[in-house]
Design a protein around this ligand. Structure first.
Ligand code: BGC
Length: 745
């Protein structure tokens, strides 16, 4: 059932009439790879029957749509996404097809990518995963995800890019471009407001327009208008009473009319609920609808899709016209000619050395050193015995968590990474410390690990403590995992605390060790009641195939950490505004985002709550000095264009330590006086700069009116007000080093 070879296919169609024979000789425009895409689209459209048009806009299997076999128009094949290429599944099942040549490289989760604050990492991520998708003959990669981190309980935060719309926008664009360079469409998901999982199929989200525009939409907009995304996935939830997969405001008014999106809107799997709404409200392709295959179209369950026979019937009965259908078909054809029938597409590559290297470099750059008392890290070069404690040191993390689950060619565990790094020079011991979740399978992919350990929590702690007494450095590796109610699609966490008795293990270790490092494998913030008792804390995310190597390189000092948090770590759940004042969570039915634009650091700063670790925070083994902030003018004038540079800010960064390192220099804007309430400051620029010991570099930021604007609900447009603005330069949202003002006239 794989795609037909395009040019030949047209010669082998069943009934060759005179007309089609002539066309075959002349090669129709739609088959001419050099013809402009729009001409190919119109030509193909003009040759399609009504039934062929209906067929092309819905799935024929779990992950494919049929194309037009009669015309030799290729099938479209999708794959998850977003951290690696999903193993092949059976035609009509979620279960893997048990191929033996579909193992992939797992790249770090998107939270880690966001934590690199490095646009080049996002580009290399997109290129690498795009190459694997292309090699596996996939046309649409179901990712990246850019839903905003509104609450630390959302089970799917690990697949997204954090709490800040500017950071997520800057990181999503190169990812999309990198993927699409390979002739594979990025499918940016889940549009929009899919900020909790448990009731994702029923929750109905309302919020202010300002919050929608300022917080939740910018990354999608950037992916479309700057990244040029060829497809986008509607989310499961409702927005203002209508499902997002067929929501007129989101899809037609904003995405297609305002942003000029010319790609295809793909439903999330099973996210369609109404033929009428799907027709009129901007959905282009339907995937994953549940059907029992027993009603109409028993021979092909996919005929039951909302955008299949029910749509055809409405057209045939004259109840709806074909204008909407033609628009959808055009979009699907455009997607096909950009991907499957793009003759310039590269060949792709699978599990290459370059991919492993990219995965490792992204992982290393995304690891965040949160705390490092007394320079406890890197591990002292004279350490002779290292104790590693904790389930996450050995547990495979690429299997589980929902649709992002992978079948990897290899996954280097943290313990293996540390052992490999030190070889025979250092004794690396291991103690389990706690037992979390010993299962390890997802849709037929099994880790094969036997993690069962029947010892009591008390015995496990006692063993770890005994061993810790003799160790030169103790590394606890815990956090969350990909099981239900942890970092997992379809469920949310129940609280901010660490599961499986881990707090007790850490506290017990802290009592006997002066060199305790706590490493968290997770995609979410966790509470740390013992924070003052441990020397170091490192947030390492889900790092994929190269996890252990990257972790070992950072802990040993081979690599100087340079990641910064893409979301705020609050000390307790109520500190997040989404959970303040007894707000209900999760929400089975209606939820109003009472926090409005005050998400993440915007809310912590407004409510003057000190976070455990601030947005943008991340330490290094060296120190950086910030100096000489200069603005190109003290007054600026906004011209007609919102993206025109009106002012430049330059700042000098110097490495004052004795090792090379990278620093993420962050620029925040504060509107001193405004007619509306505004966050105390907002991220509007960042650069990651690499410096040798003693080296200085000067960075220039260009400021546009866009960086000063707020969404004005009275005029339904972006407004820039005259007056004073402060330019704040810092090493995190809570560590502002330099500050200068200018006036907008
Ligand atoms: C998820 C999507 C995923 C799709 C296909 C859905 O349940 O929400 O993110 O791409 O399944 O696996």
């Amino acid at each position: 059932m794989k795609r037909l070879f395009t040019t030949l296919a047209v010669l082998f169609v069943g009934t060759i009439t005179m007309a089609t024979a002539q066309q075959a000789n002349e090669r129709p425009i739609y088959l001419d790879p050099d013809a402009p895409i729009e001409e190919r689209v119109e030509d193909a459209l003009s040759r399609m029957t009504l039934r062929e048009k209906i067929a092309i806009i819905h799935a024929q299997s779990k992950f494919s749509a049929p194309g037009v076999p009669r015309l030799g128009i290729s099938e479209i094949w999708c794959t998850d996404g977003p951290h690696g290429i999903r193993p092949e599944v059976m035609w009509d099942e979620w279960d893997q097809a048990r191929w033996t040549n579909d193992s992939c490289i797992a790249y770090p989760a998107l939270t880690c990518l966001a934590a690199t604050w490095n646009r080049d990492c996002a580009l290399s991520y997109g290129r690498s995963i795009g190459e694997e998708a292309r090699f596996r003959d996939k046309d649409v990669l179901l990712g990246p995800g850019v839903n905003i981190y509104r609450t630390p309980l959302c089970g799917r935060n690990f697949e997204y890019m954090g709490e800040d719309p500017y950071l997520a926008s800057e990181m999503v664009v190169p990812y999309v471009k990198g993927v699409q360079e390979q002739g594979v469409a990025a499918c940016v998901k889940h549009y929009a407001l899919n900020n909790e999982e448990q009731h994702r199929h029923t929750v109905d989200v309302s919020l202010s327009d300002r919050a929608l525009r300022e917080i939740y939409l910018p990354a999608f907009k950037a992916a479309v208008t700057e990244g040029g995304a060829w497809s986008l996935m509607g989310s499961y939830n409702k927005y203002r009473g209508t499902y997002a997969c067929h929501n007129h405001r989101l899809l037609v008014e904003i995405l297609k009319q305002e942003w000029g999106f010319d790609g295809a809107v793909i439903s999330d799997w099973g996210g369609v609920h109404s033929t009428e709404e799907a027709i009129h409200n901007g959905l282009d392709m339907e995937f994953g609808t549940w059907t029992d295959g027993l009603r109409e179209g028993a021979s092909n369950a996919y005929d039951n899709y909302y955008m299949a026979l029910p749509y055809l019937k409405l057209i045939e009965s004259g109840e709806v016209g074909t204008e909407e259908l033609d628009d959808k078909v055009r979009r699907v054809l455009r997607l096909t000619f950009r991907t499957a029938m793009n003759n310039d597409k590269p060949y792709g590559a699978m599990c290459s050395e370059a991919h492993s290297l990219a995965a490792r470099q992204i992982a290393e750059e995304g690891i965040v050193l949160l705390k490092n008392h007394n320079n406890n890290l890197p591990i002292a070069p004279d350490a002779k015995r290292i104790l590693v404690v904790g389930e996450n040191a050995i547990k495979m993390m690429t299997v589980g968590g929902g649709s992002s689950s992978l079948k990897v060619k290899y996954e280097c565990s943290p313990l293996d990474g540390i052992r490999n790094y030190y070889g025979d020079d250092v004794e690396v011991l291991y103690a389990r410390g706690y037992v979390g979740d010993v299962t390890g399978d997802y849709n037929g992919v099994v880790t094969g690990q036997n993690l069962v350990d029947k010892r009591s929590p008390k015995r496990l702690i006692a063993e770890a403590v005994e061993m810790a007494r003799e160790a030169d450095h103790v590394i606890f590796i815990g956090g969350l995992n990909k099981s239900n109610n942890q970092d997992c699609e379809g469920t949310d966490r129940r609280n901010l605390g660490l599961p499986y008795n881990q707090d007790a293990v850490i506290e017990a270790l802290a009592e006997v060790s002066d060199n305790l490092t706590v490493v968290f494998v997770s995609g979410n913030a966790v509470a740390m009641p013992w924070i003052d008792e441990v020397e170091s804390v490192v947030q390492v995310w889900y790092l994929g195939s190269e996890a252990g190597n990257a972790i070992a390189n950072v802990l040993s000092g081979e690599v100087n950490p340079s990641g910064k948090l893409p979301f705020t770590f609050g000390a307790k759940l109520e500190d997040y505004m989404a959970h303040a004042d007894g707000a209900k969570f999760p929400n089975p039915k209606k939820v109003f985002y009472h926090d409005g634009i005050f998400v993440g650091y915007r809310s912590f700063e407004k409510r003057e709550i000190e976070p455990l670790f601030a947005f943008g925070h991340g330490l290094s083994y060296t120190t950086f000095e910030y100096s000489n902030l200069q603005l190109s003018a003290t007054e600026a004038v906004a011209g007609n264009r919102i993206d025109e540079t009106i002012l430049e800010a330059t700042v000098t960064i110097t490495n004052r330590g004795d090792r090379a390192g990278k620093e993420v220099v962050q620029l925040y804007i504060s509107d001193v006086e405004s007619s509306v309430i505004r966050p105390k400051k907002e991220l509007k620029g960042f650069e990651k700069v690499e410096l040798q010991p003693g080296e200085s570099k000067t960075i220039t930021f260009s400021l546009t009116p866009e960086a000063l604007a707020f969404y004005n609900e009275n005029s339904s447009s972006w407004t820039v007000e005259n007056g004073e603005y402060r330019v704040l330069i810092g090493a995190s949202s809570a560590d502002i080093r330099l500050d200068k003002s200018f006036t907008l006239r």
